[in-house]
Design a binder for this molecule. Structure first.
Ligand SMILES: [Zn+2]
Ligand SMILES: [Zn+2]
Length: 222
């Protein structure tokens, strides 16, 4: 136990018991996703690959989500994001990516969904970047952190209805790394995806920049 554990004792995000962020009982309540969906039509799809009929020129090629956005996972992501508990990311990624499909290691780069500079300053960190760093070690993939920039200060997606989310995020990103990205296969990383609007918008911008294959990875979906 270090000094920080004494000042800020770790509690289970779900039941509050002291000790760890996830107690054994609550770990067993995590709802992993065993049937991935197509990120375009949301119907079941093998490994989360976009159905051939759902594919478009600048569209996303697939999405892998580890768990449902419910229960302990939902509470953990809220802690990470809104209560700024950045060391929550490590146990969370470790739990959710204990197992993962091996094809996820066959990409060139991980690209975190960027925050606007202003929001990153407010928050002190970009949770998607922290998650990307942990995944980078697990999947043995490089991170391209500044490939996408957030050029519009958007409203938080969580506060909006589904249709508004697509409108809110439109034009929010800009790609800076045309040379490095041409013909590459990348994974865009985010903490949680509900409508997939952020991932679809990132995919569009990256495909326009010459990226060949764009997948998304999220800790949780729903
Ligand atoms: Zn618990
Ligand atoms: Zn589909």
């Amino acid at each position: 136990m270090n000094i920080f554990d004494l000042i800020f004792p770790k509690r289970c995000v779900s039941c509050g018991i002291l000790g760890k962020y996830f107690c054994t009982r609550c770990i067993s309540k995590i709802e992993f996703i065993d049937r991935q969906i197509c990120p375009v039509c949301t119907k079941p799809a093998i490994d989360g690959a976009t159905h051939p009929v759902c594919k478009t020129k600048y569209g996303i090629d697939g999405m892998y989500a580890a768990a449902h956005f419910r229960g302990p996972v939902k509470r953990a992501i809220h802690l990470l994001k809104y209560q700024l508990v950045s060391d929550m990311a490590q146990p969370l990624v470790h739990l959710l990516f204990g197992k993962y499909p091996s094809f996820l290691t066959n990409f060139d780069y991980l690209i975190p969904v960027p925050l606007h500079n202003k929001r990153e300053k407010e928050r002190g960190f970009n949770q998607s970047y922290i998650i990307s760093r942990l995944l980078s070690t697990k999947l043995n993939l490089k991170i391209l952190n500044n490939a996408l920039r957030r050029v519009i200060y958007t409203l938080p997606q969580a506060e909006l209805k589904e249709k508004e989310r697509f409108q809110n995020i439109k034009g929010a990103f800009y790609c800076d790394e045309y040379k490095k990205l041409k013909g590459k296969a990348v994974i865009v990383v985010d903490d949680v995806s509900t409508t997939r609007s952020t991932l679809l918008e990132c995919a569009k911008v990256l495909k326009h920049a010459g990226v060949k294959i764009v997948w998304g990875i999220v800790l949780a979906h729903g």
